[in-house]
Design a protein around this ligand. Structure first.
Ligand code: C5P
Length: 394
């Protein structure tokens, strides 16, 4: 599914080194179905060429308000009139200051002033420039003018420093643009999600864990955020990037996960337990590495971990609880029974237990009325559908 089908996006580029990532952003927006019209400032053309952008988008690139090829010589009006949104990436400190004051001295700033569509900016600048009081005043004014800021993020910067001001990655900007156009059924709601595996140590270098990449839980966190919710993600060890706009709490063991969930559960509206929590932990964790001894194997004693989902569902005023099940057989029977046993309104079964690490899946939903299937799709699409189902039931 293309999430930006029929959307016309004016992609503005201002002068900053992060412009080297904008061709990739244009490619991703087009892949999602958008028509992309690029407008560049003169400074931007020092970092990426109009030819590159033209070749990628299939549309002529505008760099000047004095372009005689535009009918009526009114490029600023024409371009913004037909657009569903203007997205500027990177948005430099200079451009943000200009837009916050309503200045219009080149094509990009003029078309922002003349627009009647939403404006989304992905700031990119050195950390000192971002933190400068003048830039923060621009941010405040832009917020008041209902301009949407995507980022910036913190991290390694081209100038060699590390700090706030780094442009979001193209995939994050694409995701935010998609989220911007989506329905927001969870606005004002708080959602807590567990994801990934837990790791239960045996000794300082060994442990037991469950198979789980965290992809489904992270996709659900993104989908809930896109639906307008305030999302907290309690995650076991995964190799996934932290989703933008989401509070992450990293844990290792099931007991850590239990503690983190209980510390955040107050005032949550929805709890989605996606984590593959280890059912057992080793009773006595060795402080030193257990040495191999000829012919004898260590004997491990196990004890049960707390059932986080069941504990949340048993709270006096539980949030709307959703559980997951990965069964190796008899999913329909076990799924329905598990929902009742855990006393939760909704349980999601993975059809086929070999979903670990894959990018797609097929689901079956169990509720008080029976069960229904959600057809095979990418985990991102499934997450969106599941959030819609949850919002609907809420
Ligand atoms: O009991 P079982 O592991 O089959 O149930 C799976 C569901 O319960 C998942 O939603 C999982 O996140 C949750 N769970 C939990 N704490 C555990 C075990 C499972 O929250 N200790």
């Amino acid at each position: 599914m293309q999430s930006l089908l029929n959307k016309k996006i004016v992609l503005g580029i201002s002068g900053g080194i992060a412009a080297y990532k904008t061709p990739e952003l244009a490619r991703q927006l087009i892949q999602e179905g958008a028509t992309v019209q690029v407008v560049m400032t003169q400074a931007a053309t020092q970092f990426v060429t109009p030819v590159t952008m033209q070749a990628l988008t299939g549309n002529p690139v505008f760099t000047s308000q004095w372009d005689s090829s535009v009918s009526n010589n009114m490029a600023h009006i024409e371009l913004s009139r037909s657009a569903d949104a203007i997205v500027i990436a990177p948005a430099s400190a200079d451009l943000m200051a200009k837009l916050s004051l309503g200045l219009a001295d080149d094509l990009l700033s003029t078309l922002c002033l003349a627009r009647d569509c939403p404006l989304l900016l992905a700031p990119a600048m050195n950390k000192q420039m971002w933190e400068h009081a003048a830039t923060q005043r621009s941010v405040e004014r832009l917020n008041k003018d209902r301009v949407t800021l995507l980022g910036p993020a913190s991290g390694f910067q081209a100038c060699g420093e590390v700090g706030m001001g780094r442009m979001l990655e193209p995939f994050e900007i694409t995701e935010q643009v998609i989220a911007f156009f989506q329905k927001k059924p969870l606005i004002g709601k708080k959602v807590l999600i567990t994801a990934g595996p837990t790791f239960e140590p045996i000794d300082p270098v060994r442990g037991i864990t469950n198979l789980s990449s965290g992809k489904m839980g992270y996709a659900l966190a993104r989908a809930a955020h896109a639906a307008g919710a305030e999302v907290t993600l309690v995650s076991g060890p995964t190799a996934l990037p932290i989703p933008y706009g989401i509070k992450i709490v990293s844990v290792i063991t099931a007991r850590d996960m239990y503690d983190a969930v209980m510390a955040h559960i107050a005032h949550q509206d929805i709890f989605i337990a996606v984590a593959a929590v280890a059912d057992w932990r080793v009773s006595e964790v060795s402080q030193q590495k257990i040495k191999k001894q000829n012919a004898t194997s260590p004997e491990l004693q196990f004890e049960q971990n707390p059932d986080i989902l069941a504990a949340v569902a048993a709270l006096p005023k539980p949030p709307y609880c959703v559980g997951f099940a990965a069964e190796s057989e008899n999913l329909l029977e076990h799924g329905a029974a598990k929902r009742e046993k855990k006393r939760i309104p909704l349980l999601v079964g993975n059809i086929g237990h070999q979903t670990f690490g894959k990018d797609d899946n097929e689901l079956v939903l169990f509720d008080a009325n029976g069960h229904k299937n959600i057809a095979r799709a990418s985990k991102a699409i499934l997450a969106g559908k599941l959030i819609e189902e949850i919002a609907h039931r809420l």
